[in-house]
Design a protein around this ligand. Structure first.
Ligand code: ZN
Length: 436
């Protein structure tokens, strides 16, 4: 609203001012108003300050929990053991905890307003198959081991946030659900977060995802991706006596070469990766099957659709080329199929969302600067449905994610946890009390 200078205030204007002046300014920090949800208001609250002060003296507890969690194997679809321990830790901290049908651990911190929910989630699963040595090696603040950062640091921060708010008796305005969710990585296809959003859809106001380390970014844009598998099968036979029959590996290679020559635009940024290729039983056998898995990502869903059809066409062409050049088709021909293993929808948080305002305010309080990022995380699901969501690192630093050399350094991690806490309380709101 702009007012022209010199214009006399009308009765209507005067009335508006009376109403505005009569509004309580020091009431509960309203989660609907980014201005009021800002960190400097939050830190006026003594309980919030006590929660913020919990982290520094408890860093070694947080580090120990991170090691303990990381050393429990949690491949996709096998998160049960880790979930049980997280459940126990959330219960110990005084939350009402349940494990849902799909395996998510959900700890509830009841707010004044139970009809509105903020979800704070850290995924439990790792990319590492059962049998991977997940022992963590520690050297001062540095820890090394598969999954230590992604998402050992997120889960540890989730546990620490609960301890901090419980220690300080913070009562949120909106109910907060602290969630250790399953199925974020690979073929888990975000099934844990899909179930959370499904179950709480009506009441869900915001989702804050804790994934990996750092405080340098905030993911507000969901990168769309698809995972595809191509499978070619044939009769198979002996490398010498059956030479000349169509070979599924040959066909797959022919098709793959065509596929990797597919042009993708720099903008909208689009990528593809053949991440796995397998088939055959021995070096002296014509294989009876060959398969490959491809991950395609893009800022545009249209580009994903285009790449998916390109893969299908290339596989068809590879099969055709192999059939055309085979000398012996008497024992059978090649069959093929391309299947969608998973799909992560895209979406974006609006620039003026209260959640982003809460994050920015938290950054200001802890003296942090962060850049907006586009990435593929649990936040894809709420964002694709128009529910406010962000994914942030849990503090400290780390590297080598998804590799056996993965590491995490806890130095300075309290800043990340304070940032997360202020963001969460900024969007949940905090009930006022006399303990200012
Ligand atoms: Zn992760």
């Amino acid at each position: 609203m702009s007012r022209k200078p010199g214009r006399k205030p009308t009765v209507k204007h005067a009335l508006v001012w009376v109403i505005l002046l009569a509004m309580p300014v020091r009431s509960v920090a309203s989660p609907h108003s980014p201005r009021q949800a800002q960190g400097f208001r939050l830190t006026d609250n003594a309980r919030v300050r006590a929660a913020l002060d919990w982290f520094t003296p408890n860093i070694s507890w947080v580090n120990d929990q991170q090691v303990r969690i990381t050393e429990i194997p949690a491949p996709p679809f096998q998160e049960g053991q880790r979930a049980a321990v997280v459940k126990e830790l959330l219960s110990e901290a005084g939350l009402v905890v349940q494990i849902d049908k799909i395996g998510n651990v959900i700890g509830e911190l009841r707010g004044v307003n139970e009809k509105e929910i903020v979800v704070v989630a850290a995924h439990l699963d790792t990319v590492f198959p059962l049998g991977t040595d997940v022992k963590v090696r520690r050297d001062g603040s540095r820890m090394a081991g598969p999954g230590i950062s992604d998402n050992g640091s997120g889960v540890a921060a989730l546990l620490a946030l609960v301890r901090a708010v419980q220690f300080a008796h913070v009562k949120p305005q909106r109910t907060i659900l602290f969630v250790g969710d399953v199925g974020e990585e690979g073929e888990g296809n975000l099934r844990g977060m899909r179930a959370i959003v499904d179950n709480y859809r009506e009441r869900l106001k915001a989702v804050v995802v804790l994934d990996g380390s750092g405080t340098d970014h905030v993911t507000t844009k969901a990168l769309a991706s698809r995972r595809l598998e191509a499978l070619i099968t044939g009769p198979g036979g002996h490398s010498w006596s059956d030479f000349g029959m169509p070979n599924p590996i040959n066909a797959l290679v022919r098709g793959s070469v065509r596929f990797i020559n597919t042009k993708v635009p720099a903008s909208p940024r689009t990528t593809f990766n053949i991440g796995q290729i397998e088939g055959g039983t021995s070096v002296n056998s014509v294989p009876h099957e060959a398969r490959l898995k491809v991950d395609v990502r893009s800022e545009s869903e249209d580009e994903l659709t285009r790449l998916e059809s390109a893969l299908r066409e290339c596989i068809i062409a590879g099969v055709r080329d192999e059939m055309d050049s085979s000398r012996d088709r008497s024992k059978g021909k090649l069959e093929w199929k391309v299947e969608l293993l998973g799909s992560r929808p895209g979406g974006e948080l609006s620039e003026d969302s209260p959640l982003l305002a809460a994050l920015r305010a938290a950054d200001e309080v802890v003296g942090n600067e962060s850049r907006i990022e586009r990435s593929s995380t649990d936040a894809n699901i709420p964002l694709s449905l128009g529910i406010d969501a962000i994914s942030i690192g849990a503090g400290g630093s780390g590297g080598g994610a998804h590799s056996l050399q993965e590491w995490y350094d806890s130095a300075g991690r309290e800043r990340g946890m304070k940032r997360a806490l202020l963001t969460i309380l900024g969007i949940s709101g905090v009930a006022e009390d006399k303990a200012r």
